[in-house]
Ligand binder design. Structure first.
Ligand SMILES: [Zn+2]
Length: 304
């Protein structure tokens, strides 16, 4: 959903390393998968849990270029009236994965322009959001005035003294420099027995196996690509127990999928999306569910 590049304490550019770091999920050894995948950064694969990550991570300057005010342009929310219904369907599915208590309080980290917050409010929940993108937060303030939003990081400790029944991270954890630090921060802000809900690309997915290096999830700003065993190990280390995992079901239109594939160019997926979009003009505004090799993991807070 929303870009959110760095945990608060990581504001300096990372130094290049000759030997890559160990796996950020299971701490196991990693091997080179694709050298110079993006400029000077290479893609590594954990030999133990199949999590992938890039090293060295892009500089803050490069990430700021990517997360410019035009980051959401491919969504075309103002120009395409089908986007609202499409996003609402996707986020209703995400919310249903953990069923927060009636009237409960939820936090969406990487809330973007607030679609999940809107669905949560409609369901009678208290909705709070965090995003790094100032444009997105301004949109939330205008479009979702009944919510509480913070422009910045969870590490800023916003909403002092407030804890949450569920914390959502949709299309978020793959963007952060230090996922473990982020998840430990999430643990601290959850109520006892509260749930973390994470939707993120999954390396051990059928879609990744079928598409290989043409996997639509490969993007320069995605710093870590978890496997299910990898994120399960990481969550356990941070005091969580995974209670459920499902392939993420997103709802899109052909127009939306085509715009995204034009913006995030992939060798095969972009060409295929364009052929379908061109050949089936009467289906461009019809919504349909897709699975793009992502997982939605629900994890309960268990211990200190
Ligand atoms: Zn690993």
């Amino acid at each position: 959903m929303a870009p959110h590049p760095a945990a608060g304490e990581h504001k300096n550019d990372p130094a290049p390393r000759i030997v890559p770091a160990s796996c950020p999920a299971c701490l196991g050894p990693a091997q080179l998968k694709r050298a110079n995948a993006y400029g000077d950064t290479s893609l590594y694969l954990c030999s133990k849990c199949a999590t992938e990550f890039i090293d060295p991570q892009p500089s803050d300057e490069r990430l700021n270029e990517i997360y410019s005010s035009s980051y959401y342009d491919p969504w075309a929310v103002d120009k395409d009236p089908t986007v609202e219904a499409m996003k609402r369907t996707t986020f209703a599915w995400i919310l249903a994965q953990c069923s927060p208590p009636s009237g409960g309080r939820i936090l969406d980290i990487g809330c973007a322009t607030g679609f999940l917050l809107r669905v949560a409010l409609d369901q009678g929940l208290e909705a709070w959001g965090i995003d790094l993108n100032a444009y997105a937060i301004e949109q939330c303030r205008q479009l979702v005035p009944d919510t509480h939003v913070h422009c910045g990081f969870l590490a800023d400790q916003p909403f002092d003294g407030i804890s949450f029944d569920a914390i959502f991270m949709v299309d978020f954890i793959e963007h952060v420099r230090d996922p473990e630090k982020e998840l430990r921060g999430v643990w601290e802000r959850l109520s006892e027995g509260g749930a973390a809900v994470i939707s993120t690309p999954r390396t051990d997915s059928t879609v990744h196996a079928l598409t290989g290096r043409g996997w639509p999830q490969y993007r320069e700003e995605h710093l870590t690509y978890f496997s299910l065993p990898g994120i399960t190990t990481l969550l356990r280390r941070c005091g969580f127990e995974v209670v459920r995992s499902r392939p993420t079901r997103k709802t899109v239109t052909l127009n939306y999928a085509h715009r995204l594939m034009q913006a995030y160019h992939q060798p095969y997926a972009t060409r295929i999306a364009h052929m379908i979009w061109k050949g089936l003009p009467f289906l461009r505004e019809v919504t349909f569910p897709v699975r793009l090799g992502e997982m939605t993991v629900v994890a309960r807070k268990t211990s200190g």
